[in-house]
Design a protein around this ligand. Sequence first.
Ligand SMILES: Cc1cc2nc3c(=O)[nH]c(=O)nc-3n(C[C@H](O)[C@H](O)[C@H](O)COP(=O)(O)OP(=O)(O)OC[C@H]3O[C@@H](n4cnc5c(N)ncnc54)[C@H](O)[C@@H]3O)c2cc1C
Ligand code: FES
Length: 245
Amino acid sequence: MASKGVFTVLSNTPLTDSVWEMRLAGDTSAITRPGQFVNIELEGLYLRRPISISDWEEGALTIIYKVVGEGTARLATLQSGAALDLLVGLGNGFWSVPAERVVLVGGGVGVPPLYGLARQLIAEGKSVSVVLGFNTASEIFLSQKFEALGARVVVATMDGSEGVRGTVIDAIGAEGVEYDYFYSCGPLPMLRALCEQSSGEGQVSLEERMGCGFGICMGCTHETHSGHKRLCKEGPVLLKSDVIW
Ligand SMILES: Cc1cc2nc3c(=O)[nH]c(=O)nc-3n(C[C@H](O)[C@H](O)[C@H](O)COP(=O)(O)OP(=O)(O)OC[C@H]3O[C@@H](n4cnc5c(N)ncnc54)[C@H](O)[C@@H]3O)c2cc1C
Ligand code: FES
């Protein structure tokens, strides 16, 4: 059950030129799975801004966001001690399946929710590979934190400035990453290519502009093989076999 609460900024630090990591203190009891998101109220903006929960513990959570417009630019100005009104524990999140070898595939700001997922899957004793795609070396973030968790990490950059040159799909092939099941979050073309080129089942986190964020406005409805789904409620995570591209 999602909840609403006031959170206090503990820290807000840049990870790259445009991506920031914010830690917030508050009631996290509504968070049940990695891949869920928060919806943040910002003064003067009509709609809240949805951001994935990258990781959480009792009493604190971490978000990682890219500055793309007014709302995220305003988030980047907040200092520790600032208060934010959050809807917490929204969406279905990623769920665990009985597969031994899993690969987590992230592109750009799709990477953050995979961190909490990796932590959970490694704690369950699974063999976890993480494949991260960025445009260039200066945009890379979180790769060392995934390594510190004990995951095998493969990085791909489009310009070849670090890791494998090309896409995450190129990197999976080049590095011989083997897996029984995949989890992914990132740009739509990346998710689609991964689904088309992987033989097995997996889960993908889709993104949609959101109105309410908790299932009332129907603004985020997406057609799937099992009927219409609200990405803020029955998503954002869908089974590969359920997605209509
Ligand atoms: C479930 C969910 C989880 C998300 N998790 C993250 C995350 O972990 N980190 C992160 O950086 N971003 C995430 N986003 C995207 C984030 O919500 C938007 O970048 C943010 O709302 C932009 O707000 P803004 O006021 O800065 O920009 P706006 O001024 O509102 O928009 C700036 C530009 O971004 C585009 N944009 C805005 N919102 C979205 C959206 N939801 N989908 C696609 N394009 C959009 C606009 O079309 C415009 O071109 C997530 C979105 C969803 C739906
Ligand atoms: S954003 Fe309103 S129903 Fe999903």
